[in-house]
Write a protein that binds this ligand. Sequence first.
Ligand code: IMP
Ligand code: MG
Length: 190
Amino acid sequence: MPSQTALRAMPLEDAIERVLVDEATLQARIAELGAEIADFYRGQDLLLISVLKGSIVFMADLIRAIPIAHEIDFMATSSYGVAARSSGVVRILKDLNKSIEGRNVLIVEDIIDSGHTLNYLVRILQERQPASLRIVTLLDKPERREVDIHVDWVGFAIPNDFVVGYGLDYNETFRNLPYIGVLKPGIYAN
Ligand code: IMP
Ligand code: MG
């Protein structure tokens, strides 16, 4: 695996084996999702919650594809570590700015893998008694799912490859790529 310093010295595209979802395909699907979400919530209160940091690029494009009034808020979580990962226990690094009680909440995620992180987040948010709680994720790796979790809108179901770009990182790098790409073997060390 190249060091962080070596990564900085190379063009980011050189670390990408193949483009899984290109920019035009992303934008076309986000336009569809935005229209569906707007149709679903039209005339109702709506609060979108982005889970930092991976979902920020998706969030930024998605809100511009939802042509109805809505609010946004942000939350940041971190896994408690390898041992706790299987239980899905996450720590809240940054909480929401406002109460969600009685509101229609839509969680905006970048990717759902095992589902543990989101499962835990849903439990935390349900306790705060929103009027409704739904989920939109840009990417879904259904093969990797370990907990049963209902996802309301999915951008793309993808195979079990480690992907980066469009907000998703490897080691905090590659978030700025405008497409979803699969990392070359050798960059991603298991
Ligand atoms: P889960 O709890 O296993 O569903 O973990 C989901 C989180 O793992 C996502 O929010 C991402 O931060 C990270 N993740 C899972 N798969 C990938 C990937 O292919 N690329 C980058 N991050 C990923
Ligand atoms: Mg994430």
